[in-house]
Ligand binder design. Structure first.
Ligand code: ADP
Ligand code: MG
Ligand code: MG
Length: 875
């Protein structure tokens, strides 16, 4: 079996065998780039060594020797002899992995060869300095002698000599250091520093192999789910020297700017220096463009090489290079890490340059990266010190005055002040405060706490579970590490990092740039799924459209009734005792609803708008029982027992009691309302269609889709469909216009999924309401589950993930696939989508792609993420 590959024997696609570094060094050699000669000992050798230790190494040792002999042949140098060959020994796994062994430079030096190197290079100082570095690196990395011992010796001698920098140490000083280093090794290890160069090489190779199993490397693999049986390769590379004078240097560069994506060579270098000096921070490196003045011809070659490498790998390259006496060498290349912003620009630019396909461009940016781009962020240039750290519950940053209760937050917020709502935790009663605040900070609760879920839905930053905060609502202050922060004090929160900062930090706008739009347009071309949005208001609809939504998948009509000027009319309707008085109230509501629909249809002109008829139980629109009782008591005390007002409250209370349910989630709600009180749905249907007719008469194209909630039987669907047809005839006759529309249903109870074939006889579209479908399939009430046992279930591994965030494929997904199959069988062209929160979750979107749904619908803020996720699903 072949365990050693010379650089000219390998290729980029042999990454598993040669490691990332080795495969790329081979590839660069193969395409004729100036890589110093070298060879790679394979990852398989590493695994064999870890099993059989020295016995294995003995078996391959002849091959190691012969590989070195080949390097001698190519370079004309001698390992351990005249004109000495020095090598670096570098680790490199298939997956880049910090925690692996550090590189050893200048291997092959001893008391004899150092003199030969001095002679050959005509630079004694250089030779001694290289030797000094070698003993230190080898001592540290291979022998495990604490590096600070070496540093102490170095500092001591520099102090004695009165010099500041390493390169100012004269040869005599270096001699002294080398002697002390050797004495140090002897003292620490009990054996002398190895002078046999072959022994040096063998020990270094063993050290690289063993570094695969250091605790640091093991932990890293565990966290990042990298298998343990990959092993690391060893690269042995002829040394080239960037520290041989003023026509030498070393540096790193990116082929494009990794933070902005700008197409420019980006990086830094040091003149007259060896690799580690750049990172060691001893001297300040210069920007790469300055190399043009220092060494014009090497710079030119670097520019050309960078271009070539980028074209070859079709991605941004992160390149390490060294210049020896004016000659450029490339020591490493790999795909460059980049910020989200740079990732977008680079992907789009490369696609436009014709370097990569649309599919490639889309695949280069992760949906999660896009999230970073959509929220205000802390200015990357800003300097600050967090006072506390919590969970990064909802991304983005916000600045505002600390406020401790929702009402106050709402008041200040509405008067234009920026506030941060700070609470131990939030409940549904705090929503108005959350809505008015710039962001939320809680001391309790996790990533699925109420504050976190609501904040994500609203697209507001949230830091949750910040336990270091000691909040006192009564005193209106919180204490953190002894610091007291009072109501009205300004703080900044960073929901992407989970940080809390005292005072105002500069924020920058999200970069919904031209490039970002272009990338998402590419994504739309690649994706099979369309992305629609859930929007209840014209404002939301416009935002959704601006973010690229191709329709409204869910417009909830109940939110329209919750507004302060409408709620009393809604209550009037619910409390009405006769059909006539109910119809009177409904007429008023209809005028209002029609306004809403006009606005939404206009915002979405030319695109489908799916409107769901009234869904929640009616009691949600009425005041709470306790409130009414308190009010009645108050009136009684004031002696107003028989007034109109008292009667009105009494009547409402009666209605509240009549509507009271033990389990409202499974109660009198959804289409059951429309079945029992048809006049409510009839009102909504005519409002929708009248609005549509009105716009059509003005020459606008509207595409209404009327959606029934919580349908569970074929008969419900039949009757509701019939209702829509009847009302539509009336409306069209009255308006003297006809608008094409469709009627369909949510699929959100298991029975509906199971009899979807029957329901499809009447329903022209299905929309999976996966929030309710998850609740009803698991039998979990979401509000109760998330706070009580769900978090524990996930921690304990009972459930792999929160099924309300990531769609449960085995259960809920199974029902969906039955409904898709049977629905399509009954009605070939049935349009099927999803409008639950899962519609914005990349993993769930991938599943919807598999089911070949027509669209996913999610909150407007998530539309860009969903567009990219839909494209990724199709790759
Ligand atoms: P890392 O994986 O930590 O980047 P490398 O193996 O790339 O480690 O080595 C770090 C640096 O050491 C390189 O960037 C280069 O500057 C220097 N280096 C490695 N091998 C050689 C060599 N053969 N000649 C000159 N410098 C080298
Ligand atoms: Mg490197
Ligand atoms: Mg529902």
């Amino acid at each position: 079996k072949k365990y050693i590959y010379m650089f000219d024997e390998g290729r980029a696609d042999m990454r598993d065998l040669l490691g990332g570094k080795g495969a790329n060094l081979a590839e660069m050699t193969r395409i004729g780039l100036p890589v110093p000669p070298g060879f790679t000992i394979t990852t398989e050798a590493c695994l064999a060594f870890l099993e059989r230790k020295d016995e294995f190494l003995d078996e391959i040792w002849d091959d190691v020797v012969s590989a070195i002999r080949q390097l001698e042949g190519i370079t004309g140098k001698n390992f351990g002899g005249e004109n000495p060959l020095l090598v670096s020994v570098r680790s490199g796994a298939a997956i880049s992995m910090p925690g692996m062994m550090d590189t050893i430079l200048n291997l092959g030096l001893n008391d004899e060869t150092v003199k030969m190197l001095a002679e050959e290079s005509k630079d004694e100082r250089f030779a001694l300095d290289s030797y000094r570095r070698f003993i230190q690196m080898f001592g540290d990395v291979v022998l495990g002698v604490d590096v600070s011992f070496f540093e102490n010796i170095l500092h001591e001698i520099k102090r004695e000599l009165g010099v500041n920098f390493d390169y100012q140490i004269p040869p005599e000083g270096l001699y002294k250091i080398i002697e002390k280093y050797k004495a140090l090794v002897l003292q620490e290890k009990g054996f002398p520093f190895p002078k046999d160069v072959w022994e040096q090489l063998r020990m270094a190779i063993i050290a690289v192999f063993n570094s695969w199993n250091t605790p640091r490397a093991k932990t890293y693999r565990k966290i990042n789910k990298i298998p343990d049986n990959l092993g690391t390769a060893v690269n042995v590379v002829t040394m080239v020297f960037g520290n041989l004078g003023d026509d030498c240097g070393t540096g790193v560069c990116f082929t494009r700017n990794p933070s902005t994506g700008e197409k420019e060579l980006y990086g830094e270098f040091l003149m007259n220096a060896q690799g580690e000096d750049v990172v060691a921070g001893i001297r300040t490196p210069l920007p790469i463009k300055d190399l043009k003045e220092e060494l014009p011809s090497a710079f030119k070659e670097l520019v050309q090489t960078a271009e070539l490498l980028e074209r070859h790998y079709k991605d941004v390259q992160d390149i390490e290079f060294t210049i020896e006496r004016g000659k450029l060498y490339i020591l490493q290349t790999r795909n460059g890490k980049r910020t989200a912003r740079a990732a977008v620009k680079i992907a789009v630019d490369m696609c436009e340059e014709g370097l990569i396909s649309a599919e490639d461009a889309v695949s280069r940016v992760k949906p999660e990266q896009v999230e970073q781009l959509l929220h205000k962020q802390i200015d990357p240039e800003a300097k600050y010190e967090p006072i506390a750290k919590g969970l990064p519950a909802s991304p983005g940053a916000a600045v505002g005055k600390v406020v401790f209760d929702a009402d106050h937050a709402e008041k200040l917020g509405n008067s234009g002040e920026k506030v941060i709502l700070v609470r131990p935790e939030t409940t549904p009663d705090d929503i108005h405060g959350l809505f008015a605040a710039q962001g939320v900070l809680t001391s309790r609760g996790g990533m699925t706490s109420h504050a976190a879920v609501v904040a994500r839905g609203l697209g507001k930053p949230c830091v949750s579970g910040c336990e270091a905060l000691d909040i006192s609502i009564e005193r209106k202050e919180f204490v953190v590490n002894g610091k007291v922060v009072k109501e009205g004090d300004i703080i900044t929160i960073d929901g992407s990092k989970g940080e809390v900062i005292l005072g105002e930090v500069n924020l920058v706008q999200p970069s919904f740039t031209e490039d970002f739009r272009k990338l998402l347009d590419l994504a739309d071309k690649v994706a099979n799924l369309q992305v629609w949005a859930n929007a209840d208001t014209p404002q939301d609809a416009r935002r959704a459209r601006d973010f690229g939504a191709k329709g409204i998948g869910l417009c909830r009509t109940e939110h329209m009734f919750m507004e302060t000027d409408r709620l009393p009319v809604m209550q009037e309707m619910i409390v009405a005792e006769t059909l006539d008085s109910r119809k009177e109230a409904l007429d008023k509501l209809k005028t209002m609803q029609k306004e809403d629909f006009l606005g939404i249809f206009e915002a979405m002109e030319g695109l489908p708008v799916t409107i769901r008829l009234l869904d929640p139980p009616l009691h949600e629109f009425l005041p709470k029982e306790e409130e009414l009782e308190a009010k009645l008591e108050e009136l009684a005390k004031e002696g107003k027992e028989n007034t109109e007002e008292h009667k009105k409250y009494k009547k409402t209370l009666g209605r509240v009691l009549a509507l009271k349910e033990n389990n409202p989630m499974l109660g009198f709600r959804g289409c059951r309302l429309g079945m029992i009180y048809p006049e409510i749905y009839e009102m909504q249907i005519s409002a929708i269609l009248e609005a549509a007719c009105e716009l059509k008469a003005k020459g606008k194209r509207v595409i209404p889709q009327i959606m029934m909630p919580l349908v569970g039987t074929k008969e419900e669907m039949r009757r509701l469909k019939e209702m829509v047809e009847r009302v539509s005839k009336e409306v069209f006759q009255k308006e003297d216009v006809e608008v094409p529309f469709t009627v369909g249903t949510m699929i959100e109870v298991p029975r509906a999924a199971l009899v979807a074939g029957d329901i499809a006889e009447y329903a022209e579209f299905f929309s999976f309401g996966t929030n309710d479908l998850t609740q009803t399939t698991f039998g979990y009430s979401r509000d109760d589950a998330e706070g009580k046992f769900l978090a524990q279930y996930i921690t304990d591994g009972v459930l792999p993930e929160n099924p309300f965030h990531v769609l449960d494929r085995e259960g809920v997904g199974r029902l969906m696939s039955i409904a898709v199959h049977d629905g399509r069988k009954r009605r070939e062209d049935i349009k099927i989508g999803i409008c639950g929160e899962h519609g914005g979750n990349p993993k769930s979107i991938a599943f919807c792609h598999k089911l070949e749904l027509a669209y996913v619908s999610c909150s407007p803020f998530r539309v860009p993420v969903a567009r990219l996720a839909a494209a990724h699903a199709a790759l």
